[in-house]
Design a protein around this ligand. Structure first.
Ligand code: AYL
Length: 595
């Protein structure tokens, strides 16, 4: 804590040198010579595993394959996959050629995917065949109708036939599937089995990057700037619709280093750790704190593509999982579900919870089930790179911590708490808006300088929209949220999206969507609705309108992904608004709390 231009909180750990002049993949695989024969990726469902050397080689081939398909520095590709090795190969492969990956939830509806796809100007999608129909649907709706001659576009492996919905896909973008490709899509082997021209002396390559900070590597021959984007997750931030969050090589390396680098790393991952990767890699929490941190530390990543409590417990037991990253609803399952008692969880030494508030009593309840493990929280926000604070109980030389705390601000960063009204910075134990500054934060929102300026001020402080305080032991506590976002099991639900949908209904004159507390999900979206004059509509009809589910083409006719459905509709005469027309969400939330 220091004064000067206000009170600034820092980590209790000393600042460290961070090699954030490197490309992200070179940083993550920097210790490859030592970890080459150790397991890197383990597929939970099949038991198949890839060593560090194998993983790195396939990533390199994937890079060459992407390059063969015309992807080059600055191009965006989209990954639409559940957790699987191909996700990792594609993300790292893209980094190797200076391309940018945007990740989306494969359970998104066609329109949700389309919005992100268009906004990011992606040129290629890596997905699985069961999701391709969604893309055929949106390309028919929004891209040109007519067929294009075969062979145009210069893409070597492209194979297209007219007729089906999917057939017109290849015209504007390439679709690659990790399983049997439907018509006009390519199989992932065009990437993973591509001929990597460069000799397999990765060791040299790493050294190469290291010595030539931002020049081209002789072998991979691409220009590189640490401020090039590498990941483009989408987040609605403090207000409005989802926006592309530009994370650069510099920001992600900084964030990973803040967690796992240094003599006393804040999050001490070891080469012999098995790290659970159950949370979806399309979300920055898992991508950063699980995958990238594990790669950097040389730990094994156990990939699970879906949650099922029995399978999870069985895998923890079988693979002796030592580190688990979870979200509060998973803490609830682990702490309360009676089936847990039949399994051996003694291998767990660290359990990290993040992405949504974790109740203190729930944390304590889990502690009785895994007494040998250190439990703690990380606090992140996609825009912040993402980690702001992390439990110091996870450090190599740990510090004592308290239940309910979100950890201490990460090293090489500054955190302040400001009075939301006056903007002046506050001291210990005073609640206000949490702001963060450091090289890990996003470069900005994609093509949206206004939204960027609203979030990162001229002094470089990123305003989180979270209300919290720092206690006398430097631990961060989050107490409230002033931004709109609703967190359903850690997933973002942007109210603006549901409000726009509601306003498109003929019988609805005005609407506001706010979070309501829920034991299982943390929060669920509920709506306040004003009916148009003379119109009548039922709660059920409104819920159906938002979900719009039909038996046959389930995902086609759904407006929004399952967790964005309304759980309750309250009919009101007017939505409370400020003189400038902003919805007074606080008043609505207070109404819910009082009910
Ligand atoms: P986004 N406690 C309370 N609220 C939290 C916490 C937490 N531990 N973590 C995140 N949030 C809320 O962009 C908070 O409102 O990123 C924050 O502004 O989907 C918002 O969620 C951001 O949501 C980690 C640990 C990443 C956590 C994360 C969170 C990424 C979620 C890496 O190691």
């Amino acid at each position: 804590c220091s004064s000067g231009d206000g009170i600034i909180f820092r980590s209790k750990l000393p600042a460290i040198p961070i090699p954030n002049h490197l490309p992200l993949h070179a940083y993550c695989f920097q210790s490859l010579p030592d970890s080459a024969d150790r397991p890197c990726l383990i597929v939970g469902s099949s038991g198949k595993s890839y060593t560090y050397a194998e993983t790195h080689l396939i990533c390199r081939k994937t890079a060459a394959g992407l390059s063969n398909l015309g992807i080059s520095r600055g191009d965006v590709i989209m990954i639409l996959l559940p957790n699987c090795p191909e996700f990792v190969f594609t993300f790292i492969g893209a980094s190797m050629i200076g391309a940018v990956t945007t990740t989306a939830n494969p359970f998104y509806t066609p329109s949700e995917i389309l919005k992100q796809f268009k906004a990011s100007a992606a040129k290629l999608i890596v997905t699985q065949s069961s999701f391709v129909d969604k893309l055929g649907h949106f390309s028919r709706l929004s891209l040109h109708e007519e067929e294009e001659e075969e062979g145009v576009g210069g893409h070597r492996h492209r194979h297209r036939q007219g007729g089906s919905a999917a057939a017109i896909l290849g015209k504007d973008f390439t679709v690659i599937t990790v399983d049997d490709p439907p018509e006009s899509c390519l199989h992932f082997s065009v990437l993973s089995e591509a001929n990597d021209q460069s000799p397999p002396d990765w060791e040299q390559e790493v050294v190469h990057y290291y010595s030539a900070s931002c020049s081209c590597s002789r072998k991979l021959e691409f220009e590189f700037d640490p401020d090039d984007p590498v990941a483009l997750p989408f987040s609605s931030g403090t207000t409005g619709l989802p926006k592309g969050v530009v994370l650069t090589h510099r920001s992600l390396i900084t964030s990973v280093a803040q967690q796992v680098d240094g003599e006393n790393p804040n999050l001490h991952l070891r080469g012999d750790d098995v790290v659970l990767c159950l949370l979806p890699l399309f979300h920055i929490y898992s991508l950063n704190s699980v995958l990238l941190c594990s790669l950097r530390a040389g730990a094994a990543v156990l990939l699970m593509h879906k949650f099922e409590i029995g399978a999870l417990l069985e895998l923890i037991q079988r693979h002796r999982v030592s580190v688990a990253a979870v979200v509060p609803p998973l803490v609830l399952a682990l702490a309360k579900n009676p089936v847990v008692e039949g399994f051996d969880l003694s291998s767990l030494r660290l359990v990290l919870s993040g992405a949504a508030p974790l109740a203190k009593d729930l944390e304590d309840a889990l502690r009785t089930r895994v007494p040998q493990a250190v439990l703690g929280q990380g606090y992140g926000m996609t825009e912040a790179g993402p980690v702001l604070s992390m439990c110091l109980g996870f450090a190599k030389q740990p510090f004592p911590t308290k239940s309910g705390s979100c950890g201490t601000v990460v090293r090489n960063a500054e955190l302040k708490v400001i009075d939301p009204v006056t903007g002046s910075s506050l001291g210990y134990n005073q609640s206000g808006e949490i702001c963060i500054r450091g090289q890990q934060i996003m470069k900005g929102y994609l093509n949206d300088p206004e939204a960027t300026a609203r979030t990162i001020d001229v002094e470089g402080w990123l305003h989180t929209g979270d209300i919290g305080y720092v206690d006398e032991d430097d631990e961060v506590f989050i107490v409230d949220r002033v931004k709109e976002i609703i967190k359903f099991k850690g997933f973002q639900v942007p109210p603006a999206e549901l409000e726009a949908l509601l306003l498109s209904h003929a019988s609805i004159a005005d609407a506001a969507v706010v979070p309501q507390k829920d034991e299982a999900a943390g929060e669920v979206p509920v709506a306040f609705v004003v009916c148009s004059k003379g119109m009548e509509v039922t709660e059920e009809a409104i819920k159906q309108f938002v979900a719009k589910q039909r038996a046959q083409w389930m995902h086609m006719h759904m407006q929004v992904v399952f967790y964005k459905r309304l759980y309750k509709v309250y009919f009101v005469h007017a939505i409370p608004k400020s003189p400038s027309g902003k919805i007074l969400r606080k008043d609505l939330r207070a109404k819910l709390a009082a009910a």
